[in-house]
Design a protein around this ligand. Structure first.
Ligand code: NAD
Length: 360
């Protein structure tokens, strides 16, 4: 066997297990972190108060206004508040929105981040940040935003509503699928991605039907951890680009958009990335990866059509043009017509069919 690869996986300390939130104070002490800004989305009051009470005097202030795609105005308010209270670190408790806002603060202040994820976004394991100004979402990669420590406690996820659980798990599956065909993938990222799909695929039907099942919640969070590691270590392709455009420029919800688009991009890339998609199929115990991803979205109770998510038909052309701009690390060359066809199928919620435009 001849192998040739570069492997660049960034270290983040991970504490995983039911009840591990009890160890958060110890982990903060280990890092020498105090005077924390606790960041969350609105409406997570019970969870945030519980965590703040566990941490006693280590919390200097709370900012509960995180939103999807990190609007610049919210990031600026959080940065100003960080300065006013003299925070020396950020503690993000919640999903990708809370973690994304902590990253925006870390980017300008250098404050270290500790994350307690309660969705399956995987953001806690990546050096990737995003901030949206107007209709443009700017993204980047910066070591300062990679959390120092992540505490995964499946018990904190049982209250995640089924509709969000399923879509969020599909977001994690999407990270794994694109990691498997990324040009800079390596044997370790591929192992993580394949195992991530297996774990998420096995748990998805249960976390939406029996949200309180801690064993299944553990399996999904384990898959999300692997997905986040893969996402943070390799380049993402056309799928992530389309979702980024639909979220940043058209205001579509992040996880649900991933769930709708994924089977269609998998079909588009099928011939150009046949070995990777074969691994996806094996991980899902199926023969046809795009079809199995479509079925998993249904089992996840996720929306099927971009139309359901509020995209207007007249936006499809612009979305295709924006999504196909520039060079992209995608196995099949990206054309505007090809993306337009993907979006058409995703808009209507069709089964993923072969995209004929400019087959290469
Ligand atoms: P989210 O963080 O917006 O959470 C979705 C909803 O679930 C929110 O209303 C939140 O309050 C609620 N929620 C979260 N945890 C809960 C719990 N335990 N119980 C009940 N409700 C709960 O959604 P998300 O999909 O996790 O994050 C989306 C954001 O993350 C987007 O902005 C996306 O761009 C970003 N993201 C970034 C990366 C990265 O690597 N930088 C990766 C994935 C996603």
């Amino acid at each position: 066997m001849t192998l040739s690869f570069t492997c660049d996986i960034r270290p983040t300390r991970v504490v995983f297990g039911i009840g591990s939130i009890e160890r958060l104070g110890h982990e903060l002490d280990r890092l020498g972190l105090s005077r924390l800004l606790l960041i969350s989305t609105p409406g997570r009051r019970d969870l945030v108060e519980y965590v703040a009470q566990l941490l006693g005097g280590r919390v200097a202030g709370m900012f509960a206004r995180a939103e999807e795609h990190v609007p610049l105005a919210v990031a600026e308010d959080a940065r100003a508040y960080t300065g006013r209270i003299g925070a020396l670190g950020c503690l993000a408790v919640g999903g990708g929105s809370a973690i994304g806002l902590a990253k925006a603060v870390a980017l300008s202040s250098g404050c270290p981040i500790v994350a307690v994820p309660t969705t399956y976004s995987g953001s806690e394991m990546t050096p990737l940040w995003g901030i949206t100004s107007g209709k443009e979402k700017q993204t980047g990669r910066d070591a300062r935003v990679q959390p120092r420590c992540v505490v995964y406690d499946p018990a904190l996820t049982t209250g995640l509503p089924p509709a969000i659980s399923g879509a969020s798990a599909m977001n994690a599956v999407a990270h794994c699928v694109e990691a498997l065909y990324a040009p800079d993938s390596n044997p370790l990222t591929s192992l993580m991605a394949e195992e991530g799909i297996r774990a998420l695929g096995a748990s998805v039907p249960f976390i939406v039907r029996k949200p309180g099942d801690l064993g299944q919640r553990s399996g999904a969070l384990y898959g999300a951890w692997l997905a986040g590691m893969a996402l943070g270590s390799v380049s993402m392709g056309l799928h992530h680009r389309i979702c980024h455009v639909l979220g940043g420029s058209f205001g579509l919800p992040h996880a649900q958009t991933h769930a709708v688009v994924l089977p269609h991009v998998a079909r588009y890339n099928e011939r150009a990335a046949s070995a990777a998609l074969q691994r996806v199929a094996v991980a899902l115990g199926a023969e046809d990866a795009p079809g199995a991803l479509f079925d998993l979205c249904r089992a996840a109770g996720a929306p099927r059509a971009l139309e359901e998510l509020g995209l207007r038909e007249r936006d499809l052309d612009d979305a295709a043009a924006l999504s196909s701009r520039g060079d992209q690390p995608n196995p099949r060359p990206v054309t505007r017509d090809g993306v337009r066809e993907i979006l058409e199928h995703a808009y209507r919620g069709h089964q993923p069919v072969v995209v004929e435009s400019s087959i290469n």
